[in-house]
Write a protein that binds this ligand. Structure first.
Ligand code: NAD
Length: 497
């Protein structure tokens, strides 16, 4: 353990917070108070106590941030060539790596996630900035064969001012996967982090300024969805919105975007299947299924929250899963926890309500199924790792996203039934399969409706792989070169020669 990491953990555990956390909006290159002067608390889900306060933004703060981003669009930023933009992103990547311990500890305090997971997120952010640093000067258009009298070509131009609305489950990585490509493309931004988890996004904005980003290019307004988020997505000064969050809010954002015909990417929820066939490597499947649902206490849009298991192996697999789930000790993310807390009391109640409805309807709960009493876990907001048998394809546990550590199990007779079950919800975000039969794995990859498919390793990939959903999981793609093109508008130019 590095001494800085150990010192940060010690300070956070002893004082309940860290010195020097940001507290204002980041607008036009500096931290500022909310116009209203109001502030709001940020809570540590591991102990249920507030540990920081930030500015509580509303439409007036959004106006100021959008004005700064619009002005920056025609400032020095617009004259920097793409390679120079890439150099700023590369410097940012190095600075984040240097300060990774602090980013990770703050992310754990704000989101609740275990420190090792937060460290993984920060490493992914370092990589994302490096990836888009390298991509900034490789945004090629095409040339079209129009015959000897014309030259036709396309140019990728920055879309303009991009708005980002970020949820609380992966605060820094979700912000970064939008900010890095938008900057690489030459856009300016206004980012609204989730009200529960604003701190690392504010830290990132300050760091980017230090890396050389001109004033006003990246602005961050903290505040609730109702006050700051809704004002941002309805703003006429915004050219593009990337919204990551729930289906219900996504639908509201889509309606708001329609008013000004604002471009939109929606990254919404999921109920993603993990198919396990009888011929799989059982050890790999056990590890993969557990990680797919209990990582970040199941608060992952792409969580493998539905296990679809072939009858022949169901009993053996479920015995192993239940045994391992029962070993996961809930605890504070900065300690030695096996599973971290739920991000808020509201989310904890939602998770509990889903399972209580299932219990009342007669679902068999194989393990878990309850809130951990706060007195048993330092006052934090914890739910027991839970595995439940589904009652049929229409079971709400099969159809509804829970966004917590609750695995729904569907037992099927064969591969064909597994494919049918995998496609039988209104979501289509990710899908996984464990099998030694690669022909079946590839048939599954073709047959399943999902934005991404994992074969024999759930969550495989990284920033190079485009990520996004179909159907109610949304549309548009983050990450990869596709994520970069989300922040570009294509211009066709034809010359007569
Ligand atoms: P949410 O929709 O309640 O909030 C997400 C963000 O939207 C927050 O910043 C919130 O302040 C803001 N918001 C709320 N109301 C708004 C409004 N009217 N206008 C504009 N912004 C508004 O979602 P949540 O509960 O914070 O996050 C969990 C959901 O996010 C889950 O459904 C999860 O699957 C989804 N998610 C999807 C992805 C993905 O990449 N597909 C990633 C993470 C989370």
């Amino acid at each position: 353990m590095t001494s800085e990491r150990a010192q940060l953990i010690e300070e956070a555990m002893r004082t309940g917070t860290l010195a020097g956390l940001p507290g204002g909006h980041f607008i036009n290159g500096r931290f500022v108070d909310a116009v209203s002067g109001r502030r709001m608390e940020s809570f540590d889900p591991g102990n249920g106590k507030p540990f920081a306060t930030v500015a509580a933004g509303n439409a007036e703060d959004i106006d100021r941030a959008v004005a700064a981003a619009r002005a920056a669009l025609s400032g020095p930023w617009s004259r920097l060539n793409p390679a120079a933009r890439g150099e700023i992103l590369m410097r940012a990547s190095r600075l984040i790596a240097e300060r990774s311990a602090r980013f990770a500890v703050v992310e754990t305090l704000d989101s609740g996630k275990r420190l090792s997971e937060a460290e993984g997120d920060v490493a992914g952010v370092v990589r994302a900035f490096a990836y888009y640093a390298g991509a900034a000067d490789k945004l090629y258009g095409d040339s079209m064969p129009l015959g000897s009298d014309h030259i036709g070509l396309t140019i990728e131009e920055p879309v303009g001012v991009a708005a980002q609305i970020v949820p609380w489950n992966y605060p820094l990585s979700t912000a970064a996967r939008g900010i890095a490509p938008a900057l690489a493309a030459g856009c300016t931004l206004v980012v609204k982090p989730a009200e529960q988890t604003p701190l690392t996004t504010l830290m990132l904005a300050e760091l980017l300024q230090e890396a050389g980003l001109p004033e006003g290019v990246l602005n961050v307004v903290s505040g609730t969805g109702a006050e700051a988020g809704s004002a941002l997505v309805a703003h006429p000064g915004i050219d593009h919105i990337t919204f990551t969050g729930s289906v219900a809010t996504g639908q509201r954002v889509m309606r708001a975007a329609a008013e000004h015909v604002t471009r939109l990417v929606l990254e919404l929820g999921g109920k993603s299947p993990v198919v396990v066939l009888g011929d799989c490597d059982l050890d790999a499947a056990v590890d993969g299924v557990l990680e797919a649902i209990f990582e970040n206490a199941g608060q992952i849009c792409s969580a493998g929250s539905r296990l679809i298991v072939e009858q022949t192996i169901a009993e053996r697999l479920l015995d192993r899963l239940v045994g391992r789930a029962e070993l996961l000790r809930p605890g504070h993310g900065l300690g030695e926890a096996g599973i971290g807390p739920i991000n808020s009391p509201a989310q904890l109640s939602r998770v509990a309500a889903h399972v209580e409805r299932a219990r009342a309807a007669g679902n068999r709960i194989l393990t878990g199924g309850g809130i951990v009493p706060p007195e048993d876990c330092g006052g934090g907001w914890f739910y027991r790792p839970t595995i439940v048998l589904a009652r049929g394809a229409d079971d709400p546990l099969v159809q509804e996203e829970i966004f917590g550590p609750v695995l729904t199990v569907q037992i099927v007779p064969d591969f064909e039934a597994a494919v049918t079950a995998a496609n039988a919800t209104s979501f289509a975000l990710v899908a996984g399969i464990y099998t030694r039969d690669h022909a079946k794995a590839w048939r599954f990859a073709r047959a399943v409706d999902a934005g991404q498919v994992y074969i024999n390793e759930f969550f495989a990939g990284g920033v190079a792989m485009p990520f996004g959903g179909n159907r109610k999981s949304g549309f548009g793609r983050a990450k990869g070169m596709a994520g970069l093109r989300s922040y570009c508008k294509l211009k066709s130019v034809v010359a007569r020669i």
